[in-house]
Design a binder for this molecule. Structure first.
Ligand SMILES: C[S@@+](CC[C@H](N)C(=O)[O-])C[C@H]1O[C@@H](n2cnc3c(N)ncnc32)[C@H](O)[C@@H]1O
Length: 255
């Protein structure tokens, strides 16, 4: 614990505290046959986070939380491993594994330094997991190390535009004003919370991903359905229907 980077230690305590608020959503997502994504529950058919050919593939979820994404991968025939920094989130994940009769390995650790050999996986995924809470300068090269040549990494995070427009006050939603500079964005600590997030500009993502050995295949700007709902207060449907509040990066490990 003491040799973990400061942001990882802080996020561990933060997510152990927050875990109980993610139990119900985790249970509902485990029970869902067809995956939905992000804060608006956008259907898989719109964003295509999952490759078609998962059967028999080795997959890892980086920052799996309650591990419902891993469960969807396992049901599609992947040999999946989930890693998460929070014991409390993994406790929920383990309980849900028993409840749904679906077991796969869950590792307690930091996705910036995964205890698995090089080239262990064909597919890596993160939905608001390591891709938001781990340092991109560390977790992206680590994902590249873990993937075999031709392997795919897919992750979903808050859009860069939303990050520029979200007020610091927790209960307020994004407006159409830019509230912070775009240049130099990376680590963000929102007032009133003890968690540490990381947000990059598109240029910074592209440079980092390419330097780590990835080719960029697609950047999906996620748009919710007209009547979608969310439990999160930081963006309204009206905003999210006009501008992308989430984005999905799909990249491929260079051969
Ligand atoms: C929002 S949850 C993501 C899981 C799920 N997709 C969801 O949206 O509820 C964020 C998860 O990232 C995990 N996390 C944060 N930093 C991490 C790190 N460095 N390595 C692994 N997991 C991390 C947290 O413990 C938490 O369970």
């Amino acid at each position: 614990m003491s040799d973990l980077p400061e942001h990882v230690r802080r996020n561990r305590a933060y997510w152990n505290e927050l875990a109980r608020q993610y139990v119900t959503a985790g249970e509902e997502a485990w029970a869902r046959e067809n995956p939905t994504w992000g804060i608006w529950g956008v259907p898989e058919s719109q964003v295509r986070m999952l490759p078609e050919d998962l059967a028999g593939k080795d997959a890892i979820e980086l920052g799996c939380g309650t591990a419902y994404v891993s469960a969807w991968l396992a049901r599609r025939g992947a040999r999946v491993v989930g890693i998460d920094n929070s014991e409390a989130q993994l406790a929920t994940a383990r309980r849900l594994q028993h409840q749904f009769g679906l077991e796969f390995p869950l590792l307690h650790g930091n996705a910036e330094a995964v205890p698995m050999p090089d080239a262990s996986f064909d597919f890596a995924i993160s939905e608001y997991g390591a891709c938001l809470w781990a340092d991109p300068q560390r977790w992206v090269p680590e994902a590249a190390r873990l993937l075999r040549p031709g392997g795919r990494l897919v992750f979903l995070v808050n859009s860069f535009l939303l990050t520029l427009c979200v007020p610091e006050e927790e209960e307020l939603a994004a407006t159409d004003r830019l509230l912070r500079p775009a240049f130099g964005l990376s680590r963000i600590e929102w007032p009133g919370t003890s968690g540490v997030e990381f947000h990059l500009s598109h240029g910074d993502w592209i440079r980092l991903l390419r330097r780590a050995g990835f080719e960029i295949e697609e950047l999906v700007e996620v748009r919710p359905e007209p009547h979608a709902t969310t439990r999160f207060p930081f963006v309204t449907l009206d905003w999210a229907r006009q501008w992308p509040c989430e984005e999905v990066w799909k990249v491929c490990r260079r051969a």
